[in-house]
Design a protein around this ligand. Structure first.
Ligand code: HEC
Length: 112
């Protein structure tokens, strides 16, 4: 009986964590679209097509291994990349910024 309870608890924990992870992934994508980032950026791996393609495709952004801290500053126009600040400042809340940069850093192009 005790083992059964442990197994059930473990299974529930796994489901809970999976739920959080999925929610976070969806969040980042929503924030990206709500933030109009797709005006300039495509993420072709997720079939997001930028309207103007002014910025780079972010499909494999995660492999650049920028820290969340740096990316936050960059999107707040407090840091430069390639000697330029980002053209727009992200207007979301601090929590939304954290969710967004975490999501961006998780983007990896699938191996062909
Ligand atoms: C007005 C067009 C425009 C919009 C809107 C825009 N970006 Fe950008 N973004 C750019 C350009 C242009 C660059 C490249 C700058 C450079 O090469 O120095 C860039 C660079 C980036 C980079 C670095 C990419 C790399 O590989 O070096 C990230 C990450 C990024 N943008 C995320 C975002 C996010 C998130 C949003 C929405 C909040 C957003 N951008 C909205 C134009 C835009």
């Amino acid at each position: 009986m005790k083992t059964f309870k442990i197994i059930v608890s473990a299974a529930m924990l796994v489901l809970l964590v999976a739920g959080i992870v999925t929610a976070q992934t969806a969040d980042g994508k929503d924030l990206f679209l709500d933030g109009k980032c797709n005006t300039c950026h495509s993420i072709s791996s997720l079939e997001i097509k930028g309207k103007m393609d002014k910025g780079p495709d972010l499909s494999d952004f995660g492999s650049k291994e920028m820290t969340n801290e740096f990316l936050t500053k960059y999107l707040n126009k407090e840091e430069k990349l390639n000697e330029k600040t980002h053209p727009v400042k992200y207007k979301g809340t601090e929590e939304e910024m954290t969710a967004l940069v975490t999501w961006l850093n998780s983007l990896k192009a699938k191996a062909e």
